[in-house]
Design a protein around this ligand. Sequence first.
Ligand code: ZN
Length: 426
Amino acid sequence: MTIEPTVGHPPSAPEPNGDGVKRLYVCGITPYDATHLGHAATYVGYDLLVRAWLDAGHEVAYVQNVTDVDDPLLERATATDRDWRELADEQTELFRSDMTNLRVLPPTHYVGAVESIPLAVEAVERMVATGAAYRVDTPDALEQGSPGDVYAALSVDPDFGSVSGWSRDEMLEVFAERGGDPQREGKRDALDPLLWRVARIDEPTWRGGELGEGRPGWHIECAIIAAHHLGLPIDVQGGGNDLLFPHHEMSESHLRVLSGRPGAVRLHAHGGMLSFDGAKMSKSLGNLVLVSRLVAAGEEPTTIRLALLQGHYSEDREYSGAVLDEARNRLALWRRAVSAAPEGGRAAEEAVLKAVRDAVRANLDSPRALAVVDEWALGVLGGSALPDGGAATGDRAAPVARPGQDEPGGLVADTVDALLGIDLGA
Ligand code: ZN
């Protein structure tokens, strides 16, 4: 019994790892701003995958990076007169506490970009040596006679473009706004991505061996962290759908070139973007809803998690106060039903387990899973407590004494806990 999400790019050449371990790599945060609901939706989505794999008896190896040095982080630190390392540490801690509050099972390894720089240096040196990368004249380099920035030569990778399936025009359209530098002079191709940025004035740098002092590009970081800590092939590479191109396209290209194997990633799965009252949630628009702020305002994290599960992970979706109200009412409904579950209802509870499990295994279909539990709860309560109205509206959904596994309601409580990460108990 395997869990195979069906959204995303189909694997080009799957080869079994042979050890039964499921390998998941999810692109992590750049820690310069607290976790907003869009991030949370992504990580809660992949948490369903982890739970589904564990439920199916797989061992799971899950790696997430932390981009703890990057241009946006450095810019934010400068703008707010902070030390970039302190800012990164503080925001990484806040992110982890948000994830704990949301009951996201922690990755096997959180890996920082900074600690991975020696791996990146070794990989980029190898790409230069084999002609898969080249140097570009860098007049503003800190050191005179610097060997220059290093770029990947995409022309050596015949499968480039297979992750997104986009045309060259489509790629060029978003490349610049997503961190690329199509205009950079001296590049062989406008789309060639940066692998190593040599030292500039007032920028942190690290020893780069033959590359000179500098720091790695973003795509090579994820590629080498994934390859080193998980091994290839990776079963699922995940992230928000804004990472499809260029980030995942470039990362997999680097993995192909470095490993010499076409099927470095079996499946790319992308999470949808969250919008708030009609506009995409983004830092530039200033409409971020922060998990930590909702919790500080008294919202129960379980309600926030449930609100995120009301939409399918892969779909762009809307967040609003009404979505949170719906989750609050749903949580109250489920808790009342678990408390009121009748003796002799075991068969119905087993049916809930099976249907929720089937829904999660069908490409992490959380809306369907929630509907299954709703139906059971309404059945228990005699249809008297619809989630979107009536007596339940505005309930704070006080946690209930959680029934034991063999007591009425216990199997449903365990099901939503294990598969959906929703804890109904006190
Ligand atoms: Zn990444």
